[in-house]
Structures are given as structure tokens and as C-alpha cells.
Design a protein. Structure first.
Length: 191
């Protein structure tokens, strides 16, 4: 007799090339947006999010937050977990380099504290956790490319050790106008 799966991926989101896919279906597209800023703001408005802090975030944090919002569409179970029961494990190839470059440019005249805050990639995780009040395990890894085997194994370890009951995990990368997000929500199987 086969053991039932202890965990299930309840949502998947991909954002790239001005398109947003949720669970394989096209959710949003804006081929007119030439800049990531315009695309991000268009998606923010499309999702009807009410979170004024969004406009102060760097592009990496905005992309991570938007991808997470897409994951949670029609997932009421996410609100049933205690704050400590939800983890966030993300990775990318460029760390916070996009913001680091803009920060270094600002240093030439007067360093921007608003940019400096975002010169660590784990700030993106912090923004997601603040928005959703998550207090579970979180980690950020930098790889040349998305290492699904490593990330999935890491998240499975968190679930197996009962450190979290649900986890947002995957890849969020931004450099200049190149961006890519691939996030998953995995939860304990409630069947």
C-alpha cells in the first residue's frame, strides 16, 4: 500500500516577460510596460492590493511580494496557520546587486538610506513576512541558477522536522530590467 504524500504544492506562480502565470494559467499580461517598475505597478493594481509600503520597496522586494500575493489567491488555508508555522525560503543569482548598483551611484552625491535598506536580498523575505505576519523559518540562498533539488530538499527538511507547516519557496531574481520569479506554496496535506 502506497503512503499518501505528507505535503502538497497548493499553488505555483511564474512571473517573467511581462506575464504572470498561476498554477499554469495566464493570470495577467502587460506587453505595453517597458520597465519593470511599470509592470510591477500594473500587477499591483490588477491584484487590488492595499499596501502603501509597496511603493517604497526596491524592485526585488516588489517582485517577491507580488509573486507571493499571486500564490495566495484563493488559498484561505494560509490565514489558518500560526505566524511561526509559515516559512519563506528563496534564492536567486544576483543577490541584491540591482539595488547595490543604484545605491553606489547615490553615494557619489549623497548616500540614499532608502536604497541602503535594500542592499541585502533577505530584506525581500522580511517584506513578505511583515506583510503577512509570518514568523517561521526563513532563508535566502544565492545560486547561479535555480537549484530546485536543493531548495526542495531544504524545505522538505523544515516540514519533516515540523519547523513549519507551510512554506513559500523558490526563485526571485532582478537585475536591471531582467526579472524572473518562480514561487511555490507547499503545505501539509490536509486530506
Amino acid at each position: 500500500m502506497q503512503q499518501p504524500n505528507k505535503y502538497q504544492i497548493t499553488a505555483h506562480c511564474t512571473i517573467r516577460q511581462n506575464k504572470v502565470f498561476r498554477n499554469g494559467g495566464l493570470l495577467y499580461e502587460d506587453q505595453k510596460a517597458l520597465a519593470l517598475k511599470d509592470f510591477s505597478e500594473g500587477l499591483y493594481n490588477h491584484l487590488q492590493i492595499q499596501y502603501p509600503k509597496f511603493y517604497k520597496m526596491d524592485p526585488l522586494s516588489k517582485l517577491g511580494l507580488l509573486a507571493t500575493e499571486v500564490l495566495f489567491i484563493d488559498i484561505p488555508s494560509i490565514k489558518l496557520y500560526q505566524p511561526e508555522e509559515v516559512g519563506v525560503v528563496l534564492s536567486n543569482a544576483h543577490s541584491s546587486l540591482d539595488t547595490d548598483i543604484r545605491y553606489m551611484s547615490s553615494v557619489q552625491e549623497m548616500a540614499s538610506p532608502a536604497l541602503f535598506v535594500y542592499t541585502l536580498p533577505n530584506i525581500m523575505i522580511g517584506e513578505i513576512c511583515i506583510r503577512h505576519k509570518f514568523k517561521g523559518e526563513n532563508s535566502f540562498f544565492v545560486f547561479k541558477e535555480f537549484d530546485a533539488t536543493f531548495i526542495t530538499g531544504y524545505v522538505k527538511g523544515l516540514l519533516d522536522e515540523d519547523l513549519v507547516k507551510a512554506c513559500v519557496y523558490g526563485w526571485v531574481d532582478v537585475l536591471n530590467q531582467d526579472y524572473d520569479a518562480e514561487l511555490y506554496l507547499i503545505e501539509q496535506n490536509h486530506q
